[in-house]
Ligand binder design. Structure first.
Ligand code: 5RP
Length: 253
């Protein structure tokens, strides 16, 4: 009878299943390969971008990168980068950003994005519009056939009469096709409104079908007084790096 030390048939290696966070880290590290000494860098916000900021700091401390200036896209990233000793500035002092690296909530095959479920869409859009190269880093769960049909499409609005603005957004897309909802802290309907780094509120649009003409929807939202910015990032990404179960893929515009 076979005992514990008897020769055994070779056991095939079980597949290595990476966690979503490990995939995010792989994509982030790949993006940091694009960083060169002397660059002004847009530093993104969120759990994926956080890995990129950590990596940039590591390379700075190892002396492999020099003279980097970071432009953070949120107070949270500012805090992280500051604590890691990355030299920081802003768009006023450094309006020409060489490269921005950031995550996204959704990515379609034309590299259009939904961003802002973390609440930082305005600063992200300002900084990522100002950069020569915008590298988006995601795990494969973020890939969608059409953006906007897979969760919230955030719209940053001024707090003044936010209900009025929410109602106009609701009417714009129709009750049958979309639900417009103020973002609140916590799960409760009576929670305090979520406040962005800019002191604004967010109305999340939950589309029940494809948005269709993204440019037309974008323009219509931005024409509404009371709206500051929205989370559709159309034609902005120059490269998307996707980490998935079967490796890393990179798509350029
Ligand atoms: C924040 C964002 C984030 O990039 C987006 O929400 C993705 O976050 P994560 O990397 O945590 O999945 O747009 O405003």
């Amino acid at each position: 009878e076979a005992g514990p030390l008897s020769p055994m048939a070779p056991i095939s290696q079980p597949p290595v299943i990476l966690t979503q966070d490990e995939l995010k880290k792989i994509a982030a590290y790949k993006a940091v390969d694009f960083v060169q000494s002397g660059m002004v860098l847009g530093l993104g916000t969120g759990s994926t971008a956080k890995h990129a900021v950590d990596r940039i700091a590591d390379l700075l401390h190892q002396g492999k990168l020099k003279n980097i200036i970071g432009i953070p896209t949120s107070k949270k990233t500012h805090q992280q980068a500051l604590s890691l000793g990355i030299p920081l500035s802003d768009l006023d002092s450094h309006p020409n950003v060489d490269l921005a690296i950031d995550g996204a909530d959704e990515v379609d095959s034309d590299l259009n994005l939904v961003k802002g479920r973390g609440g930082s869409l305005l600063r992200e859009k300002m900084i990522e519009s100002a950069c020569k190269k915008f590298v988006v880093i995601v795990d494969e769960s973020k890939l969608v056939p059409h953006i906007g049909a897979n969760g919230a499409m955030p719209v940053e609005v001024v707090p003044f009469c936010w209900k009025f603005t929410q109602e106009r957004l609701q009417e714009m897309f129709g009750y049958a096709d979309c639900l417009a909802k103020l973002r609140r802290n916590g799960d409760s309907e009576s929670g305090e409104p979520f406040v962005t780094d800019n002191g604004n509120y967010i109305v999340d649009l939950f589309f029940k079908k494809d948005i269709g003409d993204l440019k037309a929807a974008s323009d219509a939202i931005l024409r509404l007084a009371g709206v500051v910015e929205h989370g559709m990032f159309l034609g902005m990404a120059t490269t998307v790096i996707v980490a998935g179960e079967f490796g890393v893929t990179m798509k350029n515009k």
